[in-house]
Design a protein around this ligand. Structure first.
Ligand code: IPM
Ligand code: MG
Length: 411
């Protein structure tokens, strides 16, 4: 349901069979089942709840498609600040680098929010994004028909929505130099800077053209070129690269106009590519289309390949929601769909990824809803079953491997 399209030639394991071959699940005497080495970072707040759910979905998928997962759990974020005094330890970052892929829940919470703190949970994210070279963050947004009533937008606007936001992830305002506030009260000042190099723009632009080529062939580059020098560089580079992709239609949007178009005509987008902070903001906005922030997955990838595919970090786009942590209330779908992206991009298991996405779709079709997805219309609510994190994961797990998820697998 959220298939973000292919990137020709980028998934190292594509065509090698491996865990994608359902026949590998056959009983005794079958070829050795591949074991993937994954790092789990539950993190803070609802992170442990949703990562546990996604681990179960991955285990069920492995049972169907014939692979095993060797998990290494890593402590990061606020939990690591409490345990080790830093958001992520160097040895844990090294474990992430040595894995096939990383599955992350969320980091952060009010107890670590002191604006004066020099150690913050989010530093774990930046250490992984920057340290592992994960320069592109893919955030697919589609609307499952059963969730149309959960969106505040009119149903006719949601028809055909299928966009992929590519957020540049290791540059711009997030990584530019900054100075914290100094000066006396009344005269305090602080600064952040937004640098981009040609190489940083070019690599994310090229990836976005490739992705657009594997989808509907349309790329929207989002900037603020009427104000920012980096946006003018961004636009120049993107247009130069466009010459290599004559089959992709490129257009430019200013970020403010784009924000409006995302709610006025969301179906008009295919692939969007944009600067780090713009992408952060636009993807939260776009999640409203899908019915809830809890629905959206993401993949952060770079150029590094493992034996199986691209090395990457997978996480829902929602935060740690500390108010509902540990209460079996969080929606696990964004994390389970992130696990599907992990299967597709980092493990080269696109059939298994499709099976997970299909199982999520069928659980929604069958009326399972976490609190964030509960329909406002009582007549629609009548047809739904309210579930917590665990029961939602149960509903999805039960549908992975049932007819429809792996059509053709039994043949
Ligand atoms: C996201 C989050 C993070 C970001 C926060 C937690 C630092 O909002 O991944 O979108 O801004 O990148
Ligand atoms: Mg964000």
């Amino acid at each position: 349901m959220t298939a973000e399209g292919g990137l020709p030639g980028s998934t190292g394991a594509a065509g090698t069979g491996g865990a994608d071959a359902p026949g590998a699940a056959a009983g005794p005497g079958a070829a050795a089942r591949p074991t993937y080495r994954l790092v789990a970072i539950p993190g803070d707040g609802v992170g442990p709840d949703v990562v546990a759910a996604a681990k179960r979905a991955l285990a069920a998928t492995g049972a169907c498609f014939g692979f095993e997962i060797a998990w290494t759990d890593v402590v990061a974020g606020g939990a690591a600040i409490d345990a080790h005094g830093v958001a992520i330890r160097d040895e844990d970052l090294a474990a992430c680098a040595a894995s096939d892929a990383i599955l992350l829940g969320a980091v952060g919470g009010p107890q670590w929010d002191d604006p004066k703190a020099t150690v913050r949970p989010e530093q774990a994210l930046f250490a992984m994004r920057g340290g592992l070279g994960l320069f592109a963050n893919l955030r697919p947004v589609s609307v499952h028909p059963a969730l149309v009533p959960a969106s505040p937008l009119r149903p006719e606007l949601l028809e055909g929505v299928d966009m992929l936001i590519v957020r540049e992830l290791t540059g711009g305002l997030y990584f530019g130099s900054r100075t914290e506030a100094t000066g006396a009260p009344g005269a305090r000042a602080a600064s952040d800077t937004l640098p981009y190099s040609e190489a940083e723009v070019a690599r994310v632009a090229r990836l976005s053209f490739e992705l657009a080529r594997g989808r509907r062939g349309r790329l929207t580059s989002v900037d603020k070129a009427n104000v920012l020098a980096t946006s003018r560089l961004w636009r120049t580079i993107v247009h130069e690269i466009a010459a290599e992709y004559p089959d992709v239609t490129l257009d430019d949007r200013l970020v403010d106009a784009c924000a409006m178009q995302i709610v006025r005509a969301p179906a008009s987008f295919d692939v969007l590519v944009t600067e780090n902070l713009f992408g952060d903001i636009l993807s939260d906005e776009a999640s409203v289309l899908a019915g809830s922030l809890g629905m959206l997955p993401s993949a952060s990838i770079g150029a590094r390949r493992t034996t199986h595919g691209l090395h990457g970090l997978y996480e829902p786009i929602h935060g740690s929601a500390p108010d509902i942590a540990g209460q079996d209330l969080a929606n696990p779908v964004g994390t389970i769909l992130s696990a599907a992206m992990l299967l597709r991009w980092s493990l080269g298991c696109s059939d298994a990824a499709d099976a997970v996405e299909s199982a999520v779709g069928r659980a929604l079709d069958d009326g399972f809803r976490t609190a964030d997805l509960w329909p406002r219309d009582p007549a629609v609510a009548e047809t739904c079953t309210r579930v917590g994190t665990t029961a939602m994961a149960d509903a999805i797990v039960a549908r992975i491997g049932s007819t429809g998820g792996i059509t053709g697998a039994a043949a």
